[in-house]
Design a protein around this ligand. Structure first.
Ligand SMILES: Nc1ncnc2c1ncn2[C@@H]1O[C@H](COP(=O)(O)OP(=O)(O)O)[C@@H](O)[C@H]1O
Ligand SMILES: O=P(O)(O)OC[C@H]1O[C@](O)(COP(=O)(O)O)[C@@H](O)[C@@H]1O
Ligand SMILES: [Mg+2]
Length: 319
């Protein structure tokens, strides 16, 4: 093993830079070279490579986004395109790759391993939608950013006795909504993982206002439905003023939290050790704070399991 290539792919996530830094510093400590591949799999195929040094990654631990840039490059699903990527790696003496991204990016990591380049996947996505891990890099920062925004929305909601429907990211996964819903004291958390009764939510809020409540917050996962559509439906059954608010891409930015920095650093350090042991085709995850690995192939047959106890607790306090 000579040189590790590292790339970030799919949606960016706070902590990706911390993971790249950890990989670079660990690799250098072990006498290996590290090459940053810019723009995800698109840059891999184009040969957009940059040598990483300890100095280059030194201050990266606190920066949001990804300094290697990211891309969505669906063409990488085609084997002939993957082979072009492998040619580029061979040309640059890179024999192993670490891919930081979500479930889509793991397909790319597995394809590289099958073509002879041992690759390890690190879970870099705010969505927390990857099977066999209860944490993904960026989740904690995204939740804190959304929480801060909801706390502010609550101020204006109270002043005007309004209900706010706050749409948070997560694609088909409700984990961000479950976390920030509970942490913000939402009146309802609406996620794809669990059926909901919009009439019941509206009636509970109407009753709350009648009893002296001065605002309402509904945290809506983006995978359920559009926030405006939800508002229209809600107002059919409720007697109150309501506004819809989409938090959007702000949830992907910002300096990573302590948790995201520590976990990204642990995962980056671990990924290099796996490659040094000759491993490939593995995804690094975390369960109950402990690092774990799973065959990427097994992930594709599995689904992510959310901590639905958060919903149970919220339901018990709000219904
Ligand atoms: N089936 C696949 N085979 C190879 N590469 C893939 C495959 N699916 C996705 N990718 C690569 O991973 C990238 C990121 O995937 P995407 O689903 O957009 O985000 P994420 O990895 O964050 O879930 C894609 O743009 C593509 O380059
Ligand atoms: O940045 P885009 O292309 O608008 O995509 C938005 C999507 O990306 C995410 O922010 C992150 O998703 P991935 O990590 O799978 O790329 C989702 O929460 C959201 O649905
Ligand atoms: Mg994804």
């Amino acid at each position: 093993m000579k040189r590790i290539g590292i790339l970030t792919s799919g949606g960016d996530a706070p902590g990706m830079n911390a993971a790249v830094r950890a990989v670079t510093k660990t690799a250098i400590h072990n006498g290996l070279g590290v090459v940053g591949i810019r723009y995800g799999f698109a840059g891999l195929v184009a040969g957009d490579f940059v040598t990483l040094t300890a100095e280059k990654v030194d201050h990266m631990i606190s920066l949001g986004g990804t300094f290697l840039y990211s891309a969505r490059f669906p063409e990488f699903a085609q084997e002939e395109v993957q082979k072009k990527g492998v040619e580029q790696l061979k040309k640059h003496d890179i024999d192993t790759v670490i891919v930081i991204g979500g479930d889509g990016s793991y397909h790319g990591a597995l394809a590289l391993t099958r073509l002879g380049i041992n690759s390890i996947g690190l879970p870099g996505t705010i969505d927390n939608d990857i099977p066999c891990t209860d944490y993904t890099i960026g989740l904690d920062t995204a939740c804190n950013t959304a929480l801060e925004a909801i706390d502010k929305i609550r101020d204006t909601a109270s002043s005007h006795h309004r209900v706010f429907i706050v749409n948070v990211m997560g694609r088909g996964c409700g984990d961000i909504a479950m976390r920030v819903g509970l942490a913000s004291g939402a009146d309802a958390i609406v996620v794809p993982e669990r059926p909901y009764d919009i009439k019941e939510i509206a009636q509970t809020l109407t009753r709350g206002f009648a009893e002296g409540k001065d605002h309402g917050i509904i945290v809506l996962a983006e995978g359920v439905m559009d926030a405006d559509e939800f508002r229209t439906e809600l107002l059919k059954y409720g007697d109150f003023d309501a506004r819809a608010n989409i938090l959007g891409h702000m949830q992907r930015g910002g300096s990573p939290t302590v948790l995201d920095r520590i976990n990204a650093t642990k995962m980056g350090n671990y990924a290099v050790k796996l490659l040094l042991d000759g491993k490939g085709g593995l995804a690094v995850g975390m369960e109950n704070g402990q690092l774990e690995t799973h065959d990427i192939l097994d992930l594709f047959d599995d689904t992510h399991r959310s901590d639905e106890t958060l919903l149970d607790i919220n339901d018990e306090m709000t219904k």
